[in-house]
Write a protein that binds this ligand. Structure first.
Ligand code: MG
Length: 389
């Protein structure tokens, strides 16, 4: 079964206030209509869409809305009434459409569950729509006074999307004389059964200025919930080696240590800081030091390695992450690292703007085995964890 969503966005929505029609007003990250479109584009059971715009709204649409990538959206122009707009949308449905979900653009917070409920009910009914039972007592009022009460039994508050099999709802609209409150009324006038499915309090229709704030609050709560349930954590590793050469000191994790040899390298040869920097690039899947600071480029000759680390830290923030912790292991027989480990941690923590207890520097020998055991050079490895902000 193929399902097309038909979004009616031709209204002016004067009650909502603002200079723009309400469907083009901002909900924070994007406008009402964009949010509505994305809700359906993201639904796996909705194949494509038809959008009914106001006759002069094409410029507004282009300025405020981006069609979600991979989603086929046909645009058509609406009529003077909601009925006329829906008829224009029904006429523009692709030939392949078997079911149509008719939805108000001003209900941007429609949930996947509400859509599923309608589609499931269409397996056994020609029409289905979400609604909420009326809970509050109902009054009749006259001149500011309560003039009587009404029985709320069997009363429902209608929402959209209202779903139908395409052929019968086309026939129903063709036969209707106009003036219906919604498509369920049109369908029923044509003798179609419409099942009531579960509505959702959050599926509000933006009507008054205060509804924008309510919608923004609901979107913010959803985003926070997604953030906590799908925590984005990234881990990266780095490894580096530098050979000894003649000299009188080495620089390890930003700390100058007197030694009877130096480390050879294009920059200051800080093997520890290079490993940490590469671990950050690794966590971001963003190449390595050599890609960002090519050894062939003379400007990095003798460069202090904090330049590399600070660059990597900048990339972390730009990508929306923060560093959670870093752990660096230096592998050498000499110099002894222990007496300097605290200073190294402090320097790395300062550069990464982390508390000291989130930065580890430790050392090991290789039991006199291999190149580090023969004191031909120093190796370092590092692990860094990033957490989405
Ligand atoms: Mg290096």
């Amino acid at each position: 079964m193929t399902t097309t969503v038909l979004i009616v966005a031709a209204g002016r929505g004067a009650r909502a206030g603002g200079e723009l029609p309400k469907q083009y007003q901002s909900l924070g990250a994007c406008c009402v209509l964009q949010t509505t479109l994305e809700a359906f584009a993201a639904h796996p059971r909705v194949q494509d869409g038809v959008l009914v715009l106001g006759p002069d709204d094409e410029e507004l649409f282009t300025a405020h809305v981006t069609v979600p990538s991979g989603f086929t959206l046909r645009l058509t122009s609406g009529g003077a009434t909601r009925d006329a707009s829906v008829r224009a949308g029904l006429a523009a449905l692709p030939d392949s459409a078997q079911r149509v979900l008719i939805h108000d653009a001003a209900r941007p917070l429609v949930s996947a569950a509400a859509v599923d409920g309608v589609l499931d009910a269409l397996d056994t009914h020609p029409g289905a729509a979400p609604a909420l039972p009326v809970i509050d007592a109902l009054w009749r009022g006259e001149r500011g006074l309560v003039a009587g009460t009404a029985d709320r039994t069997g009363l429902w508050r209608a929402q959209t999307p209202q779903g139908f099999h395409v052929a019968p709802i086309r026939a129903a609209h063709a036969a209707h004389s106009g003036g219906a409150a919604d498509d369920v009324e049109v369908a029923r006038a044509h003798g179609l059964d419409v099942a009531i499915t579960a509505g959702d309090e959050d599926n509000l229709k933006i009507t008054h200025p205060g509804d924008f704030d309510r919608a923004r609050a609901i979107l913010a709560a959803r985003a926070a919930q997604q953030g906590s349930s799908a925590m984005d954590i990234r881990c990266g590793n780095g490894f580096d080696v530098h050979a000894f050469e003649a000299g009188d000191h080495v620089i390890l994790c930003g700390v100058r240590i007197p030694h009877d040899r130096g480390l050879r390298g294009h920059s200051d040869a800080d093997v520890g800081m290079h490993a940490v920097t590469d671990a950050i690039y690794g966590a971001l899947a963003d190449g390595d030091i050599g890609r960002h600071f090519p050894p062939s480029d003379p400007q990095w000759k003798g460069a202090a390695s904090h330049i590399f680390l600070e660059h990597a830290i900048g990339r972390v923030a730009a990508r929306g992450y923060r560093i959670a912790n870093a752990d660096c292991t230096l592998i050498c027989e000499r110099p002894k690292i222990g007496p300097h480990a605290h200073a190294m941690r402090a320097e790395l923590a300062r550069l990464m703007r982390l508390d000291l207890d989130r930065v580890s520097v430790k050392a090991t020998t290789s039991e006199r085995l291999g190149f580090t055991g023969r004191e031909e050079g120093i190796a370092a490895l590092a692990t860094v964890t990033l957490v989405a902000q």
